[in-house]
Design a protein around this ligand. Structure first.
Ligand code: FES
Length: 157
């Protein structure tokens, strides 16, 4: 593990905003076809390792939709990716509901589209590369826990 990694194995994921802000995300809280935004936090301090780069978008999918590329990082149909767009670093803050964006992670700054079923591959827009995945596992309480570091560099090059 690298000292500067914005998420590490064993980190908990807590809601970034909304009524559950600061609470740990549980698989049972997540509805299929929806996304929530969270931050990976150090379980010892409950603080993110990086205020921006520890952000993730968590998507619950139908398990049958998850492509082989995403299987190893998923748990119970749930996948997580860095929410920092690889184009210019805006937060990718939407799950699309219409047209090409349907069910996909969207950065509205310039319209990049990432497929959460296929390891966040880029489907459209100017993003030069996929969002790094955060491998997931669950603990005995059904809470989501990082099973490793992000699979690539977070944010733009
Ligand atoms: Fe996300 Fe440009 S910063 S599309």
């Amino acid at each position: 593990q690298t000292a500067s990694s914005p998420a590490k194995s064993g980190d908990l994921l807590v809601y970034q905003d909304g009524p559950r802000k600061g609470q740990v995300v549980k698989v049972a809280d997540l509805k299929e076809g929806t996304a929530v935004w969270a931050q990976a936090v150090d379980p010892a301090t409950k603080k993110p390792r990086d205020a921006v780069k520890s952000g993730v978008v968590i998507v619950r999918l139908k398990p049958s939709e998850i492509k082989a590329s995403s299987q190893k990082n998923a748990v119970n149909g749930v996948v997580a990716y860095s929410d920092i767009c690889t184009h210019q670093g805006c937060q990718a803050k939407e799950l699309g509901s219409l047209g090409q964006g349907k069910g996909n992670i969207i950065c509205t700054c310039h319209g990049s589209i990432y497929d959460p079923r296929d390891n966040a591959t880029v489907l459209g827009g100017p993003a030069p590369r996929r969002l790094p995945a955060l491998p997931l596992k669950t603990d005995a309480a059904g809470e989501l826990v990082a099973a490793g570091e992000f699979t690539g560099k977070v944010g733009p090059k």
